[in-house]
Design a protein around this ligand. Structure first.
Ligand SMILES: N[C@@H](CCC(=O)N[C@@H](CS)C(=O)NCC(=O)O)C(=O)O
Length: 222
């Protein structure tokens, strides 16, 4: 059983999508960011950066529990554990890793900063413009890439797509007209239509209680 320390945000959904796609059994553990639960000593012991998502796999590589923070590292771990969506062959694996890091170091932080500055009472036009432009540029990078290949890392759907997809759900807030990015649009629809993605991406606050009772019904121990 894997414990996923989760709150419904794009970084959290990366991991619910991955777990739904791979069908690895998991339990949601809420980390209510609005109550500051990411700063508690128990959570910091698992995620020293004080951010979710994080996981504890009670059946780690050597059979002992392992905790992991940083969504990219979690996706890599779950890809290897499941043998899915993260190829072992070096060339294919490198392609996945570069687009995964592109998301974790580029699209995620830039879109995150754009949202942060846009929702503040005090508006700082330079900051809003800088992060909006940079996020739009990254959408264009994705669109160009997706003109060459079906998915970000090539012909196969991978953890790189899982990392990027939840971060492009906010395209309307950015004022992006999907017609101008036809390759991104095709990819966005195709990825969103996958069963596991649709399930994982809709997990929200209500699911904590629902999941717990489903697991109790199924007789599994949380
Ligand atoms: N690089 C981290 C970023 C994680 C992150 O920023 N998580 C946000 C929610 S999307 C968070 O926990 N924020 C809590 C806070 O800012 O105190 C990852 O990819 O896991």
């Amino acid at each position: 059983m894997i414990d996923l320390y989760f709150w419904p945000t794009p970084n959290g959904w990366k991991i619910t999508i991955m777990l739904e796609e791979t069908k690895l059994p998991y339990r949601l553990v809420p980390v209510d960011l609005s109550k500051g639960e990411q700063h508690t000593p128990d959570f910091l012991a698992i995620s020293p950066n004080g951010r979710m998502p994080a996981i504890v796999d009670h059946d780690g590589p050597d059979g002992a529990p392992i905790s992991i923070f940083e969504s990219g590292a979690i996706l890599q771990y779950l890809g290897d554990k499941s043998g899915m969506l993260y190829p072992r062959e070096r060339r294919a694996r490198t392609a996945v890793e570069q687009w995964l890091f592109w998301q974790n170091a580029g699209l995620g932080p830039m879109a995150g900063q754009r949202a942060h500055f846009s929702y503040q009472k005090e508006k700082i036009p330079y900051a809003i413009e800088r992060y909006t432009n940079e996020t739009k540029r990254l959408y264009e990078v994705a669109d160009k890439r997706l003109a060459q290949s079906e998915y970000l890392a090539g012909d196969e759907f991978s953890i790189a797509d899982i990392a990027a997809w939840p971060w492009t759900r906010g395209y309307k807030n950015l004022g992006i007209d999907p017609e101008t990015l036809p390759n991104w649009r095709r990819w966005f629809k195709a990825v969103g239509a996958r069963e596991g993605v649709a399930r994982g991406a809709n997990i929200g606050k209500d699911d904590f209680a629902k999941r717990q009772s489903e697991m109790l019904d199924a007789g599994s121990t949380p």
